[in-house]
Every structure is written in C-alpha cells, then in structure tokens.
Design a protein around this ligand. Structure first.
Ligand SMILES: Cc1ncc(COP(=O)(O)O)c(C=O)c1O
Length: 410
C-alpha cells in the first residue's frame, strides 16, 4: 500500500477486533475508542451485523431493479430532515456525495463558483481536491473557489457584533470576487461543526446570514454532514439543524452504515428531478440492498438505544470534565465542541501561541494509557475526541482519569 499510507501514531497500531467502544490490538491489548465516528452506533454492533448478514444471504444487487429495502431506507431517513428536503440519492462515500451535490448545484444555477471555508476537507475527487484547504493537496485552489475564514469567539478580542460584521464583510467580498471573475456562485459547501478549523464558537446568527447572502447571489447551500450528522451534535439529528436554515443539499457518509461503505445526498424533489431529467446518473454499488440494510439498522439502533440523547448528555458531561481540567493548567485554553465531538486546546502559557507539540504528546500519552484520540485545528493543537455515540458516563470517567494522569506527566 506504499510508504505514504496515512497511519496514526509514531508506532502504528494494528487492530484485530472490536465491540462497542472498545478495540483490541493484534497483541491482545484493549483500547477505549475515543476517536472513531465510522462505527457510529458501536463497533460491530450485533444488530447491524445481523441485518447485513441476513440481507447478504437473501439478495445483493445494483439499483436497476426495484427493491423494498432501499426504499424503506430512503423513507425512514427522509423523516429526519426538514421540508423541502424530500429525495435521497445514494453513493458509496462522502466524497461521491459532495461531488454529486456540487454537480447538481452547478447545473441548476448555471454558475461554477464555490465557497468553502479556509481550513476544510470534503473529499478526495479531483474537483474536491481543488477546493481542499485543510489537508495537503498538490492541486492549487481552483480559480472558481473562494475560502472563507470562520470566526471563533474564543479567539476574538472584539465583541460579537463587530466580529459578525467583519466576518460577513469577508463573505460579501468573496461573492463579489466570484461574480466579477465570471464564475458566479453555484454553492456554499460547509461543514456545520467546522471541526477541521478547530470547533469554533461562532457569533450568533453567522451561518444563517452567510446562507442568506449565498442565496441572494443565486447560489445553493450544501451542508456536509459526513462528520456532524446522525445525532453526533446531540441536540438534533443533523448539524445544520443547530442553525435557523434548511440547506438545499445534505451530504452523508462515514457514520451512515456503521462501517459499511454508504453515503448519500438528500435534496429537494425539484433539484433531483431536474438533474435526473438531464443526466442518467447510475452508481453501481450505491443503494445495494446490503448497504441499505446497514443504513436501516443504524437508524433502528439509534432509536432503540436513544443515542441522540446520549450524545447530548454524555457530550455535556465530557466537556464539563475537560473544562475542569482546563482550569487546572495554564497551557490549556479551552474545552470546545458540541455533543460528542469535543476538543481541548493547548497553547504556550507565556506567549498564548498554539502548542501542537503538547497536543501530540498527549495523543501519544493517551495511546500509552490505552485510549484512542487524535488532533485537529488549523494549528493541530487541539485534542479531537469523537467516539462512537454509545460512549457513556463510565467511559467518560476512564478517558478523563487517564487524561488527567497524562497531563500530570507532561
Ligand atoms: C467533512 C467530510 N466530508 C467528506 C469526507 C469524505 O468522505 P469519504 O472519505 O467517505 O469520501 C470526509 C472524510 O473524512 C469528511 O470528514
């Protein structure tokens, strides 16, 4: 697989099995998973495994024959979004979902310009590489792309109103620049938690006001829920529901199939009908009955185990404990996040500058203490704690006890 395969940790971890929020390495050591959002309802959840197994025994085929399983899935998933969102196009990954949403937006608006945020990642296709700002890519930012800086009230000296005005002025400038260059605005592609940017605390109303500006310029709005979706934010099923707006597209991936490759685009009837009438969009593996069974099982487990509420209460508990820890050390500036997506930010206590080396030391120190977490933020100085959502009070205790021990040894 080549020497550039992106692996975690100084000494990569080889895993062989998992259950719930626990992973077991090849040498038989058990780790608490504070990181992975792909096994969303828990690693190898028995109900999901059984649903996949049952469907694989019965039928697995592409989507050019009618099959109830995929229609049941579409119907159930669509009950979780707001009107006028009413149609689902399935894909195999988050990248494919964003690619399709951008393509529909481009055709509908007749424009090519795209607004993204200035430290973000939305996938690995050629057109997404041209709008990647938060990971190394060889492709330069596309001439049709403008990147917005997302304000974080935890890092501002001015008040909320001034920050909001300044941030919205940047949006106006970006839109004007796309229009002057002849690209126009086809879409805003954003990720509701802005985690790659470092889970910023936004000024009130910011997202809604950006969306209004994009729509006034004739553009459509794509909420990338690959990270924030499926109850991760705790208070709602979708990250964009934190804001007073309904996007034109909701793009999905990662948690959707609990590890089974499954992605999708939720959009309006009009947009999908228009696209379908001009293009034959066929995606061989997307929406196959086994994938649909995995997706249905995830929704069923989320309901049966009340995992959305759990993300809210456990996330709140975790952030409370991290805030306590932050108060004890002058090199921790803030506990951040929403629901079960949490960050802890490290700075140099004398200069206040970001301290990525401390974050790295803690991630490695936690591995040594058998807890898996990672790092995020534009300076890589923030712990990324984003566990499977059955993570509970007892797991929070284990994680924060070991984190406290790790911090005393820094
Ligand atoms: C926010 C976001 N969008 C899109 C993607 C791409 O998804 P995939 O790797 O399934 O193509 C990712 C992957 O990490 C992501 O984090």
């Amino acid at each position: 697989m080549g020497s550039h395969s992106p692996l975690f940790y100084d000494s990569p971890l080889a895993v062989q099995s998992a259950a719930g929020v626990w992973l077991t390495s090849m040498d038989g050591v058990t780790y608490l998973d504070g990181y992975n959002n792909v096994p969303h309802v828990g690693h190898c959840h028995p109900y999901v495994v059984e649903a996949v197994h049952e469907q694989a025994r019965q039928l697995n085929i592409h989507t050019r024959y009618l099959n109830d399983r995929v229609l049941d899935y579409a119907e159930q998933l669509l009950t979780t979004v707001d009107q006028p969102l009413a149609r689902l196009a399935l894909t195999n990954s988050g990248s494919e979902a964003n690619e399709l949403a951008l393509r529909i937006a481009r055709q509908h608006t007749g424009h090519t310009g795209v607004l993204v945020t200035d430290f973000s990642y939305h996938g690995n296709t050629t057109s997404l590489a041209e709008l990647t700002t938060g990971l190394p890519v060889r492709e330069p930012l596309g001439a049709h792309v403008r990147a917005l800086t997302i304000p974080d009230m935890d890092h501002e000296s001015e008040g909320e109103e001034a920050v909001l005005a300044r941030s919205l002025a940047l949006v106006d400038t970006a839109i004007a620049s796309l229009q002057q260059a002849g690209h126009g605005v086809s879409a805003l592609l954003f990720y509701p938690l802005f985690s790659t940017e470092g889970l910023p605390r936004l000024p009130k109303g910011y997202v809604t006001m950006v969306v209004d500006r994009v729509r006034s310029a004739g553009g459509l709005v794509i909420a990338d829920e690959v990270q924030a979706g499926f109850g991760r934010v705790g208070t709602s099923m979708w990250g964009h529901q934190l804001f007073d707006m309904v996007p034109d597209f909701v793009t999905l991936g990662r948690p959707m199939g609990n590890g089974h490759p499954l992605g999708g685009v939720i959009t309006t009837t009009n947009l999908l009908d228009e696209f379908g009438s001009n293009n034959l969009y066929f995606n061989t593996f997307a929406g196959n009955p086994v994938s649909a069974a995995a997706g249905l099982a995830v929704l069923k487990v989320m309901n049966a185990e009340q995992l959305l509420d759990n993300a809210d209460t456990t996330g709140g508990l975790l952030r409370g404990k991290l805030t306590e820890l932050a108060g004890r050390y002058d090199f921790i500036s803030a506990a951040k996040g929403q629901g079960l997506f949490t960050g802890l930010e490290f700075v140099d206590p004398t200069t206040g500058a970001p301290a990525p080396a401390i974050a790295k030391q803690v991630v490695e120190g936690m591995l040594a203490r058998k807890v898996l977490i990672s790092r995020i933020g534009r300076n890589d100085n923030m712990l990324k704690i984003r566990p499977p959502i059955p993570f509970n009070r007892q797991h929070v205790e284990i994680l924060t006890d070991r984190l406290a021990d790790c911090l005393t040894h820094l």
